[in-house]
Design a protein. Sequence first.
Length: 286
Amino acid sequence: MTKLSPSNDRRKKAVPAAPGAPTGPVILESVGIVFDILDKLSQARRPMGVTELAQMMNQPKPRIYRHLASMRQIGAVEQEPLSEKYRLGARLVAYGTAANNQFDLRALADPYLTRLRDTTGETALLSVAAQESALVVAAVESNNPVCISVKPGNRVSIHSSAQGRIVLAWCDEATQRKLLKRKLERFTDKSIVDPIQVQKRLVKIRERLYEDANGEVFDGVNVLAAPIFSAGNELVGIIGIIGATRNIPSPPPAALLQAVQGAAAELSARLNSDMYARVEGKRSTR
């Protein structure tokens, strides 16, 4: 019978889950490292070297190299011939496609969108982050004879919309700086085009877990939205309502805010996120 050497035993030991992760059994160290590598490569959106990964993960360089070598063998990562840096592998595309087929945020959110429409009387929207902007993927239109809506497939401004700023609020700092260095388009007199003002809004969004954009794209139209999180408190979507400013004023009335944030909090809880509970806990201790 083959026995594990002491070094192998150390690599396979169990370690506590990271802060904010779902509670449950401890995570095998080797599995945790693999997924941490995938997270870092995914967030960087560029090839990374062994040294850089080891420094970011606070792990010994040889350990990261061994994991990358194994991951390369099974196609989870690929190595560039010239730079010898690593990027996500093509095999992950198949996993992503399968996961998308099995998990559809639109299907999960559909009853919440309908409830939100019925509760507020306004058109309810579901958006996701896509190519450095926010993409509307589902809408349940108001039953009012005249209503304001946004069709699925519409990309909204990253700096001058509620959904876009929510996406921006959970981007890493480097991505925020890059996006805010661009010329920010002014759609109306109320559009926020000063990067410093946008940054201040991002801080508020992370604190209060909602955003609105009153008249910033179209005069007299407002969007009130809240973020949806998955396990690990990762942003996966935005749910909100769109309507005339007279119906969705800024700041929002408590009833409207409760309806939107309530839907976002319930969806987040179903996806094993405790973000809303944690923020509410901080508020109650102040």
